[in-house]
Design a protein around this ligand. Sequence first.
Ligand code: SF4
Ligand code: SF4
Ligand code: F3S
Length: 266
Amino acid sequence: ETQPRMPVIYLNLQECTCCLESFIRSAHPMMEDLLFNMISLEYQETLSVAAGDAVEQARRDVIRDYPGQYLVIVEGSIPVADGGIYTTIGGHSAEDILLETARDAIAVIAFGSCATNTCVQGAYPNPTDARRVREIVRNVPVIDVPGCPPIAEVITGTIVHILTFGTIPELTNLGRPKAFYNHRIHDTCQRRAFFDAGMFVEKFDDYGHKHGWCLYKVGCKGPTTYNACGVIQWNNGVSWPVQSGHPCMGCSEDNWYNDHTPFYER
Ligand code: SF4
Ligand code: SF4
Ligand code: F3S
């Protein structure tokens, strides 16, 4: 509370903006508390009041005035095919904007599966040659926060760790915050007892589905997916995909669109 609020630049590159939709629903900390008391969000396409040249200048002002003191969040992949024409902002390619913005950052948080593993854009045949953030940014630490989208509290918890301790959180061998990505969905799933007992949903709407049995045979990727969905849950702990009756699609894993389709088969 005695420190100046940390400047944050949030870039939207090749993405769908649902990671931001998740971000603004953080309950711990409340999004209002994060925005008004903890960080100074200087640039965000959807939330910024300014637009056009004014907001682009605000981004450059942060880079110039706060070298080594600002944080960058990136939502979206970076398309590099055909000179980067598939995502441009103000006449500049996503790659150029990212390189310019990350240059003097404390760290870059690659937020969401588009940014961490190229998600749907990177699915075969990857027509835009989409790249993940850590393929482009090499001069500062990159923290991967995967998920399509990630849970709000996972990104805000990562930011609060940096604000509180002045260091990036401990990461897994894949570069993800260990506090959130160290366990499989399968390890904390409330349907796990049914898996262990061999009681499986055979098709949607059957007796087992209506009674909360395991979704493994209708495509659940929980046994090979590392994320905190079953623990933290969504919308302030209301529910999560598997609780609501949908198999985990493994949205936080590398190459998931290619490796996990068709989604409803094993
Ligand atoms: Fe949208 Fe998913 Fe990409 Fe986030 S990771 S921007 S939710 S497609
Ligand atoms: Fe594992 Fe999925 Fe079955 Fe849950 S529903 S126990 S995550 S296979
Ligand atoms: Fe994604 Fe599976 Fe969680 S699909 S949202 S990792 S339950």
